[in-house]
Ligand binder design. Structure first.
Ligand code: MG
Ligand code: MG
Length: 641
């Protein structure tokens, strides 16, 4: 599949954008006119640079407000078009994007518009240029792709084709069946963007909230499969207007974009090979070359397929404060399994199937790419129990993840992993039984208690949030649940759960309010960084027993206010003795029609705290109504209030 990216997706100068797209591995780019206009480079310089970088210049865009106008206006529009065609020759480019008229159209007449497109085609012919006509979702008269296709067909000119843009089509929920009726060679260009489900005007949605495929809520696998089935053989290009991406590191955004296309390509490849004619419905049947050849014109490459992880194998914490951290684990009922036999600064603590590896910080441990974590105690990595660790690692590498450098001696379990976008480490391990073989490197696992890691709550830098969603989706096959906003004293916390289908893996990703560390005591916050904390939640069978042991061992519980319990009494019909018990043990409570959730929190060490949870029945949540209580209590505690 030939990959391309619009320069508007990326930050920086036009030259920086081209270099980043090339370095990431894209085959080509779309030149966004504004990027060229503001550049001191001549069109010939840009063409030369692209050649040196091995990038094709796939699409010049946009050309606006051409059609549906009176003759005098149209004559002026043709003059504008001719100037652009001449410029494109200097760039060595052969395809231009024509957006449906937004501003100047006054005549809604198919015959007139088709005639004007035809005359543009005649002009384009003289410059050896193809025109890809795209329906903008907010076009004055033409806002649906099927209408644009009708007009292209009516224009009946070899230089006039259509551009399909998933944003404009999916945002309007246009029926996708028409795609199958467009011959692949009349689709002159294909642009992809995903978007979160939002209710707002479509122009603002498009200009600020587009994301790369896999980062939003649309089914782009189905969309691309439908286009592939037409026999389309051109580039598959990303056109994403996103406020964060435009501020982020250019190369990094380019890698994120290419990862999204590789993931999508493999998904479509699997769809077309596995369920041809089922997943894409009638679309496959009308493809050039017939159903058997569907998608082959795009030359789709698969990725090693991986099953969802089975469980969290371990969580690794790094700490400068070993005493406080291990004391807290002991208070929570963890047992010390042992030191690692060849790495004395690493130790293992277990509570049933919940395994926490602790490494004492040395300075080398902080030298990681894209790290935005402060030292102290922090969540360094997560090990996942997978079906096939080698396949998972191979897939991760093909998705442009960076491998974690690791020292390992010959007699130790092979453990390989990659860096996640937040700088933490993700390891793949396959265990054959309940106790993974690597535990022997620490000692004997007693594994008495019925306990496991229930969820791991990760803080994400706002600037890399969408990248994180795609990372866990594409590498680990996790699924993103709809995002929620949780109120905290320093702002709203955006929270989105990544989980496996059977919920054995649950990872809420949280974006802290951008300025959260600046609220309150500014001077102190700037030195201590007051990081938004992450937590590891451990399941137990009896929360009151766990709380009693913790209290007997002197655990510093996170305090829960009396007001919370009074509110709880009004929300749920709870037995007064039960309510008293909850309060006495600092246990919070939630329930829904599926079951109940009982949990308590520890104080925070560095940027990590723990949560002990008991799930009753089939409750699947995380006590969402309790999260603001927890955030408020932590806010007070951080400030000594
Ligand atoms: Mg577009
Ligand atoms: Mg939690």
């Amino acid at each position: 599949m030939r990959t391309s990216i619009a320069t508007v997706c990326l930050s920086g100068t036009l030259e920086e954008k081209l270099r980043a797209a090339s370095a990431a591995g894209f085959d080509g780019v779309e030149i966004f006119e504004q990027d060229l206009v503001v550049s001191p480079q001549t069109p010939e310089d840009i063409a030369r640079l692209a050649r040196e970088l091995g990038l094709s210049l796939d699409l010049y865009q946009p050309f606006r407000d051409l059609e549906g106008v009176d003759e005098a206006t149209f004559a002026g529009n043709l003059r504008r078009a001719e100037a652009k065609f001449a410029l494109m020759r200097r760039l060595g480019m052969s395809t231009i994007l024509l957006c449906s008229n937004v501003g100047t159209a006054t005549i809604d007449d198919d015959e007139l518009v088709a005639g004007q497109l035809r005359r543009l085609g005649d002009l384009a012919e003289r410059y050896d240029i193809d025109v890809a006509y795209e329906a903008l979702a907010w076009g004055r008269f033409v806002s649906e792709y099927d209408r644009a296709w009708d007009l292209v067909r009516a224009a009946d000119h070899p230089r006039i084709g259509t551009c399909l843009d998933s944003f404009h089509i999916l945002s309007r929920r246009t029926d996708l069946e028409t795609i199958a009726r467009i011959p692949g060679d009349k689709i002159f260009f294909l642009q992809l963007a995903d978007a979160p489900a939002l209710t707002m005007d479509v122009l603002s949605w498009s200009r600020h909230h587009r994301v790369f495929p896999g980062e939003g809520s649309w089914d782009l696998t189905d969309f691309l499969a439908r286009v592939a089935a037409t026999g389309y053989s051109g580039p598959v290009s990303l056109e994403v207007f996103n406020d964060s991406f435009r501020q982020a590191d250019t190369y990094r955004t380019a890698v994120d974009g290419l990862r999204s296309l590789r993931w999508l390509e493999a998904g479509v490849s699997a769809t077309l090979n596995g369920a041809l004619g089922v997943a894409v419905g009638s679309a496959a049947g009308s493809a050039a070359g017939g159903a058997a050849g569907a998608g082959t014109a795009l030359d789709l490459r698969p990725l090693p397929e991986v099953a969802e992880p089975r469980a969290v194998d371990f969580v690794e914490l790094s700490t400068e404060d070993l005493g406080t951290l291990t004391r807290q684990l002991h208070q929570l009922g963890f047992d010390f399994t042992g030191f690692h036999r060849s790495k004395p600064h690493v130790q293992l603590w277990t509570r049933g199937q919940a395994r926490i590896v602790i490494s004492e910080i040395d300075s080398a441990a902080i030298d990681r790419p894209w790290s935005e974590r402060s030292p102290g105690s922090y969540l360094r990595g997560i090990g996942f129990d997978v079906d096939d660790a080698e396949a998972a690692m191979h897939r991760a590498t093909l998705l442009h993840a960076i491998e974690v450098p690791r020292e390992q001696s010959h007699d130790e379990e092979v453990l390989r992993g990659v860096f996640a976008p937040d700088g933490s480490e993700v390891f793949f391990h396959q265990s054959d039984g309940t106790a993974p073989a690597w535990i022997r490197e620490f000692g004997t696992d007693t594994g008495r208690r019925a306990s496991r890691i229930d969820h791991v709550n990760l803080a994400q830098p706002a600037s890399h949030y969408d990248e994180s969603v795609l990372f866990y989706t594409s590498l680990l096959n996790l699924h993103a649940q709809p995002s929620q906003d949780v109120p905290s004293p320093s702002g709203l916390v955006r929270s989105q759960v990544m989980s496996s289908a059977d919920r054995s893996i649950r990872m809420p990703l949280n974006v802290a309010p951008v300025h959260s560390e600046l609220v309150g005591d500014k001077a102190r916050a700037q030195t201590s960084a007051d990081p938004y904390p992450e937590h590891v939640a451990i399941s137990c069978e009896d929360i009151f027993e766990a709380a009693a042991i913790a209290r007997a061992r002197g655990l510093d519980f996170l305090a829960v206010p009396q007001n919370y319990y009074e509110d709880l009494a009004s929300r749920f019909d709870l037995d007064p003795d039960f309510l008293r018990r909850l309060q006495e043990h600092h246990v919070l409570y939630d329930a829904d029609s599926a079951g109940e959730f009982l949990h308590f929190y520890t104080s925070t060490i560095g940027s990590v705290f723990f949560e002990m949870v008991e799930r009753r029945g089939a409750y699947q949540g995380f006590g969402a109504p309790d999260a603001p209580v927890r955030l408020a209590a932590q806010y007070r505690r951080n400030r000594g209030l």
